[in-house]
Write a protein that binds this ligand. Structure first.
Ligand code: SDX
Length: 429
């Protein structure tokens, strides 16, 4: 079968461009030689129609609401697996055998401590610093403590840095939380599984034994799975771009955390809960629906809409189920925020504006209610997203580094500024 091609004609000059097909999903037009052949760039702010790379890690079908990690549907991973198993899958491409899983879990568990000097690093922050600001600083600072795994050309160092981040980011996240509430840091416990250990580091205090609630630990582990990776989202693209210059992995992940913080991205879970609290009651929902529709009002329904999903975000369905499980386990009845969220979802899903623009709840819509019920403050919601997404960022960064065709990312632009002009001395301005 002859190779697929597309063609572009500019000022009568037609060029043929190769079309590449993936395993599933849309074809891509390889425009690598477009500028050389036509003198024109493509233009796609926000990359709505642009593939930035080739990847084999995650696939999303936005129209069908499908999310696959290395081919496995998110629903099956969330139902039958655990978070570290998903980490292994994202990093190595296959589900681990029992022996591989045991070895991987053991290696992660024995990298959870951070250099003791990092505890003093935290002292530099104000107690009321936003935990995401602390995370950007402390994860970036890992490069200062673990310089022996920053040579990205060395496969062994790449894997050590990867394991260190998967293992240490939860410890730093728990330390960021403890620091802001003025409680002492809690060391990781290797006798606990990954997520129970995180809960213990967040909620244990020296004066009494902290009892892990297995239902909550399982729920949070599932929430981590839901947030692990998601194709070339803004923060992953940030990590890839930072990594394309050869920056060390700790700095790249810190850049990803900074990007994730934005309310249009990972910060939406914090913003969604604040929005639900601001709406406050079912009676006020119509007022906010009207604001969301008003072109002159910058207000958007946080936790709604998605660049890729034009159907229900499959993670949101699992998130909603987990939310009900957690509230039931905690005996939280008639949570006003949940009541507002469910009524808001019901109204929005029947409203022409949201239907026509294919706006559905995304992963951030129900996560805030769940995390708040578990005892996390709103300011920690995006931190938890970062804990989970660290493995996705690392898997995508590794894939890029190991791609022989990769080069430094350097987009061009459409220049609309002043043409060349001569300097005017200040006496003549
Ligand atoms: C995440 O990319 C990923 O995969 C991200 C993520 C991941 O796992 O990494 O899934 C995580 O970031 C989820 C998204 C969380 N963000 C929010 O919930 C914030 C609220 N959502 C919006 O800001 C928005 O929907 C985005 C940012 C998520 C997507 O924006 P797009 O794709 O650029 O869409 P758009 O802004 O062009 O909106 C299309 C239309 C617009 O109206 P028109 O200009 O066509 O008239 O829909 C409207 C928008 O005004 N719209 C909304 C809306 N989202 C879009 N209107 C009201 N409320 C909203 N939430």
């Amino acid at each position: 079968m002859s190779a697929k091609t597309g063609s572009v004609t500019i000022d009568g000059n037609t060029v043929e461009l190769p079309v590449k097909s993936g395993t599933i999903g849309p074809d891509v037009i390889d425009i690598g030689k477009l500028y050389a052949q036509t003198g024109a760039f493509t233009y796609d702010p926000g990359f709505t129609s642009t593939a930035s790379c080739e990847s084999a890690i995650t696939y999303i079908d936005g129209d069908e609401g499908i999310l696959l990690h290395r081919g496995y549907p998110i629903e099956q991973l969330a139902e039958h697996g655990d978070f570290l198993e998903t980490c292994y899958l994202l990093l190595y491409g296959e589900l681990p055998t029992s022996a591989q899983k045991q070895d991987f879990d053991y290696r992660v568990q024995r990298h959870t401590m951070v250099h003791e000097q990092m505890a003093r690093f935290f002292q530099g922050f104000r107690r009321d610093a936003h935990p995401m600001a602390v995370m950007v600083g402390s994860v970036g600072a890992l490069a200062a403590f673990y310089h022996d795994s920053t040579d990205i050309t060395d496969e062994r160092q790449r894997m050590i840095a990867s394991m260190r981040m998967i293992a240490k980011v939860p410890t730093l996240a728990a330390m960021a939380y403890k620091y802001t509430i003025g409680q002492p840091f809690v060391y990781p416990k290797n006798s606990l599984d990954y997520t129970s250990n995180f809960l213990n580091m967040c909620f244990a205090v020296p004066c009494e034994e902290y009892k892990i609630n297995p239902v909550l630990a399982r729920a949070l582990d599932r929430i981590f799975i839901l947030h692990a990776d998601h194709e070339q989202n803004a923060s992953t693209s940030t990590v890839r771009l930072a990594g394309s210059s050869g920056a060390n992995p700790f700095a790249c992940i810190a850049a990803g955390i900074a990007c994730l913080w934005g309310p249009a991205h990972g910060g939406a879970n914090e913003a969604a809960l604040k929005m639900l609290a601001e709406i406050g009651s079912v009676e006020r929902i119509p007022e906010y629906i009207a604001k969301a529709k008003d072109k002159n009002d910058p207000f958007r329904l946080m936790g709604f809409g998605h660049r890729v999903y034009k159907n229900y975000d499959p993670r949101a369905k699992i998130m909603q189920k987990t939310c009900h499980e957690v509230l039931a386990e905690l005996g939280v009845k008639d949570d006003p925020l949940l009541e507002v969220a469910m009524e808001l979802e019901r109204i929005a899903l029947h409203d022409e504006y949201f239907i026509s623009k294919k706006l559905y709840p995304n992963v951030d819509f129900y996560s805030g209610i769940t995390l708040k019920a578990m005892g996390f403050p709103t300011s920690m919601f995006t931190v938890l997203f970062a804990v989970a997404r660290t493995v996705g960022w690392i898997a995508q960064w590794k894939e890029m580094i190991e791609d022989p065709t990769q080069k430094i990312g350097r987009p061009r632009q459409l220049y609309t500024g002043e043409p060349s002009r001569d300097f005017v001395p200040v006496s003549k301005r």
